[in-house]
Write a protein that binds this ligand. Structure first.
Ligand code: UDX
Length: 453
């Protein structure tokens, strides 16, 4: 163990936050740190894992909603404020308890959504690194808002920020573009930067080559380390790191049904469709997706979470038969890595984008909210690994558009071939960054050296 150094890793309690932070904890463990993943009591009870988590131990803190988590709170506002007050006390007690039992905590790696964890670490004289789970581009936009450098509501139709492409205002994260839509979440994302200057390190799940210009700009403000993409080696085609964990799921994936079905399909013939762990797609939009998928020549594997199922058109499941498989949750990395998958219709949650990019799967972007419109802009215009399916004046992506976009990506043609070429290019760059001696691997080494010094 490197110096016996013990770090707590504290993700915000959501699938899109736990995945990257657990997957970051694994290489830390392989480099000799003792890592403990701290989840809320409710999340700990919900964890499902296909594989044992080998390298990281678990402890819990309370968010004040031990029986039902987020869903138990009456509103995001109540959840977030309770989590801050109860979580702060609970974290301080856990750190003291670990110290008393002879496993003192030397550093805390906390999710930016939990800025209060930094205050606790500082009060207890412990070093702290913030882990920002969104892209550098998105973090830079939120930072500018937090410091009053970008005023909200945003005026004009376009904005220009250092290291970023020109952005139309609808390409901004939704909490900025639709300012006032979710005030408690807006406060949380802006608050990430309230005390960040006190953090000893700023870690981002990105890699240098992916966001060079904005990384260079952010590195002038903080001790920044890009350490991504945090995708386990076995999926990213790089050398397996010692004792590496696969990840964990909060919903039970229908693994055997998905893999059996994919195994029967020709190479590149399947469209994988998923809108992540949170998005609520409207009934009209669900129908357009359904008929758009039926309209293509491709097979499709569509993740429709249980609460979304009633929104599927009547009889749709029955009608899809051999052409499509609908599941409530899947092992996304295994699916994206499967040779039969030729296109990913995605809401562009940042983890999904990084996973598709790291596994070389071209995308059709259908952003829903949060950072997704900005991610989709990058997918299409900056990285060239997909197309955006644009909404009509009612805010719906129509079936014809969905069909056209999928065909463009999956069937080739000039643009489709260019997208495929770019997807392979970015996959190789992602592997290189994460592999031994790559930019992210070096940043992790540097972080470990400092934290153990
Ligand atoms: C949320 C936000 O919505 C997103 O915009 C932000 O960038 C991160 O937090 P979420 O909507 O769940 O996340 O999307 P995403 O970031 O893509 O994370 C979903 C994770 O769940 C991915 O790691 C994906 O591999 C996994 N997943 C998804 C599965 O394992 N199985 C599935 O069926 C669907």
């Amino acid at each position: 163990m490197a110096n016996g150094t013990h770090v707590l890793v504290l993700p915000f309690p959501g699938q899109g936050h736990i995945n990257p932070m657990l997957q970051f904890a694994s290489p830390l463990a392989s480099k000799g740190l003792k890592t403990t993943l701290v989840t809320t009591v409710f999340i700990f009870k919900s964890i499902y894992s296909d594989h044992p988590i080998a390298s990281t131990s678990f402890r819990t803190i309370s968010d004040g909603f031990d029986e039902g988590g987020f869903a138990q709170a009456k509103s995001p506002d109540i959840y977030l404020s309770t989590f801050k007050s109860v979580g702060s006390q609970s974290l301080a007690s856990l750190i003291k308890e670990l110290g008393d039992s002879g496993i003192p905590v030397h550093a805390v790696i906390y999710d930016g959504f939990m800025a209060w964890a930094l205050d606790i670490a500082k009060q207890l004289g412990i070093r702290a690194a913030v882990f920002l789970t969104q892209s550098c581009a998105v973090n830079s936009i939120h930072y500018h808002v937090s410091r009053g450098l970008l005023k909200v509501p945003v005026e004009g139709s376009r904005i220009w920020l250092p290291g970023l492409p020109e952005l139309k205002i609808w390409e901004l994260p939704s909490l900025i573009y639709h300012h006032g839509s979710y005030p408690a979440w807006f406060d949380t994302i802006v608050n990430q930067f309230s005390n960040i200057d006190e953090a000893d390190w700023v870690l981002v799940n990105s890699f240098y080559e992916l966001e060079k210009e904005v990384v260079d700009w952010m590195s002038k403000i903080w001790k920044l380390g890009t350490i991504g993409p945090t995708i386990p080696s076995m999926y990213l085609d790089r050398r397996l790191k010692h004792n590496e964990d696969y990840g964990l799921q909060l919903l039970h994936p229908n693994t055997s049904a998905c893999m059996r079905w994919l195994n029967t399909k020709p190479n590149g013939s399947v469209v994988y469709v998923s809108f992540g762990s949170l998005a609520e797609v409207g009934v009209e939009q669900m129908a357009e997706i359904a008929w758009g998928l039926i309209g293509t020549n491709a097979y499709f594997l569509w993740v429709v979470r249980e609460p979304e199922e009633p929104k599927l058109p009547d009889n749709f499941k029955h009608m899809t038969r051999e052409k499509g498989l609908i599941v409530r949750w899947c092992p996304q990395l295994e699916v994206l890595k499967h040779g039969s998958v030729g296109c990913f219709v995605s809401h562009c949650g940042y983890n999904s984008v990084l996973e598709a990019l790291g596994l070389g799967v071209p995308m059709v972007a259908m952003p829903q909210w949060a950072d997704q419109a900005t991610n989709a802009k990058h997918v299409e215009d900056v990285w060239g690994v997909g197309v955006r399916a644009l909404v009509d004046e009612k805010g719906i992506v129509r079936r014809e558009t969905i069909k056209q976009c999928i065909n463009e990506v999956i069937m080739g043609g000039k643009r489709g071939n260019e997208i495929k070429k770019n997807s392979i290019k970015w996959k190789n760059l992602a592997i290189k960054a994460a592999d031994h001696g790559g930019s992210s691997d070096k940043n992790i080494d540097e972080f470990v050296a400092k934290i153990t010094s």
